[in-house]
Design a protein around this ligand. Structure first.
Ligand code: NAP
Ligand code: GCO
Length: 288
C-alpha cells in the first residue's frame, strides 16, 4: 500500500451522526471523496431530506434516516437497518451535538440533561451499538466531536463544557478498553468554526459592526479568522483512515492556534482586514 493509499476509505461504511449539514456534512463529503459509503442520521425527517438533497447535489449516494442519538432503541434499530441494507459500520463519527448558552445558575436541570444526553450519552449509545461488530472484524474507527470546551471553560456553556470534557475521557476509555481489537477511538477538537451552531456568535450588530464575540475570537486566534468546515476535512479523513492506525485515545485540536495563544486586545484588531472573509463566515443558516 503506497502512502497515499493509506488515506483511502474504499469499501468502508462511514456513519456520521447529525450530518444533514454543518461539520457532519463536511466530514461525510470528504469520506465519500476517498471512497467511503456514507450513512447518516438526523433528528427529524425534514433534516434527513435536506441532507439527502445536499449529498445528492454533491454526487454522493448517501443513506439517511431519522434517529435520535439519545434514544438507544432508535440507535440500535438504525444500526441493524444499516447492517442489513448497506453493511457493517467501519467508521463512526459522533458528530451530533447541541449547545445551550445559559448562565449556569439560570439553567434548568432539564436543559442540563438535554445537553449532556446529546453531547455525551449519545456518543456512548452510538459507540456501544457499533463496537460489537468492530470487535468481531478486529477493525474499527470511532471519532468523537470534542471542542475547545474539552479544555477551556467560558461563561454560559457549563453543560456543554462538562459534556465535551467527559467526551474527551470517553475517547480515552474506548481506546483503553478496545484498542486490543485494532479499534482506534480519537477525537477532533475544532476551534471556532463557521456553522449554524456558532452563527449567533457571528451575527453582525444592528449598526453593521462585528459581533463582540466575533471580534473576541479573532483576537484569540492567531489566524484571526473563524475556521471553515473545509478546514477540518483533512483531519477527519486522516483519523478515519489506515494512516492513523497507531494513533489512539487522542484529541487532535484544529483551532487555528487558539489553545497556543494568550490572545491580543480585541480593540486593537484592524476590522478592515476582515471585509473579504466576513461574507463567507457570516453565511446564513439557510445557505448552509
Ligand atoms: P450543528 O450545526 O448544530 O449541527 C449539529 C447536528 O446534529 C444538527 O443536524 C442537529 O440537528 C443534529 N442533532 C442535534 N441533536 C441530535 C440528536 N439528538 N440526534 C441526532 N442528531 C442531532 O453543529 P456543528 O457546528 O456542525 O458541530 C457538529 C459537532 O461539532 C457538534 O458536536 C459540536 O458540538 C461540535 N463542535 C462544533 C464547533 C463549531 O465551532 N461549530 C466547534 C467544536 C465542536 P438540529 O438541527 O435539530 O439541531
Ligand atoms: C461557544 C461556541 C463553542 C464552539 C466550539 C468551540 O458558545 O463557545 O459554540 O462552544 O461551538 O465548541 O470549540
Amino acid at each position: 500500500m503506497g502512502i497515499i493509499d493509506k488515506f483511502r476509505l474504499d469499501g468502508k461504511v462511514a456513519w456520521v451522526t447529525g450530518a444533514s449539514y454543518g461539520l457532519g456534512l463536511a466530514y461525510a463529503e470528504a469520506f465519500a471523496e476517498v471512497g467511503a459509503k456514507i450513512v447518516f442520521n438526523d433528528i427529524n425527517q425534514e433534516l434527513v431530506d435536506r441532507g439527502l438533497a445536499a449529498y445528492k447535489e454533491k454526487g454522493i449516494d448517501a443513506y439517511g434516516a431519522v434517529c435520535d442519538v439519545t434514544n438507544e432503541d432508535q440507535v440500535n434499530a438504525f444500526v441493524k437497518d444499516v447492517e442489513e441494507k448497506i453493511g457493517t459500520i467501519d467508521i463512526l463519527v459522533n458528530n451530533a451535538g447541541i449547545i445551550k448558552r445559559i448562565p449556569m445558575i439560570e439553567m434548568t436541570k432539564a436543559q442540563w440533561d438535554q445537553v449532556i444526553n446529546v453531547d455525551l450519552t449519545g456518543p456512548f449509545i452510538c459507540s456501544k451499538a457499533v463496537l460489537p461488530k468492530m470487535i468481531e472484524k478486529r477493525s474499527g474507527k470511532i471519532i468523537n466531536a470534542c471542542s475547545m470546551m474539552s479544555e477551556l471553560g467560558r461563561e454560559t456553556v457549563a453543560a456543554y463544557a462538562a459534556a465535551k470534557g467527559g467526551l474527551k475521557m470517553l475517547t480515552k476509555n474506548i481506546c483503553s478498553e478496545y484498542g486490543q481489537y485494532n479499534i482506534q477511538c480519537n477525537a477532533i477538537g475544532p476551534g471556532y468554526i463557521a456553522t449554524p451552531q456558532t452563527a449567533p456568535l457571528r451575527e453582525k450588530q444592528p449598526d453593521g459592526s462585528m459581533h463582540p464575540f466575533d471580534r473576541f475570537i479573532r483576537s484569540k486566534t492567531p489566524a484571526q479568522r473563524w475556521g471553515q468546515t473545509e478546514d477540518l476535512q483533512g483531519l477527519a479523513v486522516f483519523l478515519a483512515s489506515p494512516a492513523s492506525d497507531f494513533i489512539n485515545g487522542q484529541v487532535v485540536y484544529i483551532d487555528g492556534g487558539i489553545l497556543a495563544y494568550i490572545g491580543q486586545d480585541p480593540s486593537q484588531l484592524d476590522e478592515s482586514k476582515f471585509a473579504d472573509v466576513q461574507e463567507k463566515e457570516h453565511v446564513k443558516v439557510a445557505d448552509q
